[in-house]
Ligand binder design. Structure first.
Ligand code: ADP
Ligand code: MG
Length: 256
């Protein structure tokens, strides 16, 4: 059975997409069969995986509206080594179109049920909101990976996300839990970041992943080449950290 994880955080610009594409590439690198689902109409995860969002014939939009299966709509990115179910601006319309449909929050789950045996991991890159799109992601997932920057308001933002996950767990998806918090864009020279990092560990214990992703310009440059950092520059510190993170996640699976 595939492990299905949402990469989510209600804040924008915290590193969700960077984490999703690099974790996908890291998992592929250690031999896992991976599907990356882009649930953000911005399509950054799609472009960052070497798939041109403007050229998509079928996308996650078609899957949500049940006019295509995942097998039909996903493309394999040769360069990255994983499958991509892409998104583009069309997806913004799905929000409205889903409103009147039955089981509107379960569409992605139903589609993934069929594709389950084709993958070891499914990673879902969520948009920065609790929209019908994110809800589809949370209903389809076994768990949530939360990338976060160790900044002053980080813990406050987390309360909202934790409450959302609790609500979805109680009402829609009893499987859902927080898999872990991933510290990203970390700069150990900044005392405040160290302090917040310690607070996180004190508060969330082993829900905080051991691997820390450093701030690394190569990770920020990679998307302009249509690649995850892990593929663009495997020797960069940030890329190595994501491969380590992929290994940590694989090791954690039996304990989940
Ligand atoms: P989100 O998907 O949450 O909006 P992104 O992954 O797009 O966030 O990241 C926001 C910005 O931060 C992007 O410009 C990205 O390249 C940059 N970024 C993300 N992670 C890192 C990192 N570890 N080091 C340096 N820049 C990063
Ligand atoms: Mg994003």
């Amino acid at each position: 059975m595939a492990k299905i994880f949402c990469v989510a955080n209600q804040k924008g610009g915290v590193g969700k997409t960077t984490s999703a594409v690099n974790l996908a590439a890291g998992l592929a690198k250690v031999g896992q069969r991976v599907l990356l689902v882009d649930l953000d109409p911005q399509g950054n995860a799609t472009m960052g995986s070497g798939v041109d969002k403007r050229q998509l014939v079928l996308s996650v939009y078609d899957v949500l509206l049940e006019s295509a299966s995942i097998k039909e709509a996903a493309t394999f990115s040769e360069k990255c080594g994983y499958h991509v179910l892409g998104a583009n601006r069309e997806l913004a319309g799905a929000e409205v179109e889903l409103v009147d449909l039955e089981r509107r929050d379960q569409r992605l789950k139903l589609a993934l049920d069929v594709a389950d045996s084709d993958f070891d991991f499914v990673l879902i890159d969520c948009p920065p909101s609790l929209s019908m799109l994110t809800l589809n992601g949370l209903c389809a997932a076994n768990g949530v990976i939360v990338p976060m920057q160790c900044e002053y308001f980080a813990l406050e933002g987390l309360t909202d996300l934790v409450n959302t996950i609790k609500q979805v767990h109680a009402n829609l998806n009893p499987d859902l839990k927080i898999i872990g918090l991933l510290r990203v864009m970390f700069d150990p020279r900044i005392t405040l970041q160290q302090q917040v990092s310690e607070q996180l560990k004190a508060h969330f214990g082993d829900k905080v992943f051991n691997t820390v992703i450093p701030r690394n310009v190569r990770l920020a440059e990679a998307p302009s080449y249509g690649l995850p950092g892990v593929v663009f520059d495997p020797s960069a510190k940030g890329s190595q950290a994501f491969v380590e993170f992929a290994k940590e996640l694989v090791q954690r699976i039996p304990t989940l």
